[in-house]
Design a protein around this ligand. Structure first.
Ligand code: ADP
Length: 159
């Protein structure tokens, strides 16, 4: 069977325990997993792309087949450049599914060589999003239960 190169794209602002869970599980399915940070137009990110890349590297350091990269433009163009045959996305809720399904169809129409696979969020993280972590931090709360230690250290600095 051909080598499976998977891309797990996202904003990861900041990476959460839910992201790490998905990275660990996807790394078991693919030969090589590229966690790709989207350089999008989000006006007020909490962390720079470089900071997010550093955190993702730290939290996935124990997974030898995981690479951290960033990209802009269309995901399918990036997938073509990286010769990736899989895109991995996490599904927490029906709302996620609706958005992700539409994106998967569009991507498949643009680049049929790259297949999208959905992994269900693990039950214990299915409520967790970067946006919620950011809200907790803005309101002066403690997000220690929701993010890896390397992320928690940096969150303390921005708080
Ligand atoms: P986006 O900005 O596209 O929502 P995120 O960085 O928030 O990107 O998430 C990237 C991917 O990780 C998405 O597929 C999202 O569904 C998934 N994801 C986010 N949080 C979790 C979680 N708690 N459990 C599983 N998957 C998650």
């Amino acid at each position: 069977m051909a080598s499976l190169v998977a891309i797990y794209p996202g904003s990861f602002d900041p990476p959460t325990n839910g992201h790490l869970d998905l990275i660990s599980r996807a790394a078991r399915l693919a030969n090589h997993l590229i966690v790709a940070i989207l350089r999008n137009t989000q006006k007020q990110p909490l962390f720079t792309i470089e900071e997010r890349a550093e955190m993702l590297k730290e939290i996935s350091a124990h997974l030898p087949n995981v690479e951290i990269d960033c990209f802009d433009g269309l995901l399918v163009d990036y997938a073509a450049r990286r010769k990736a045959n899989l895109i991995v996305r996490g599904i927490r809720t029906v709302a996620d599914y609706e958005v992700e399904l539409q994106m998967a169809h569009l991507n498949s129409r643009m680049r049929p060589q790259t297949e999208t696979v959905f992994l269900p969020a693990s039950a214990e993280y299915s409520f967790l999003s970067s946006r919620m972590v950011k809200e907790i931090i803005m309101l002066g709360g403690d997000a220690a239960n929701f993010v890896p230690e390397a992320v928690q250290r940096r969150l303390k600095r921005v708080n």
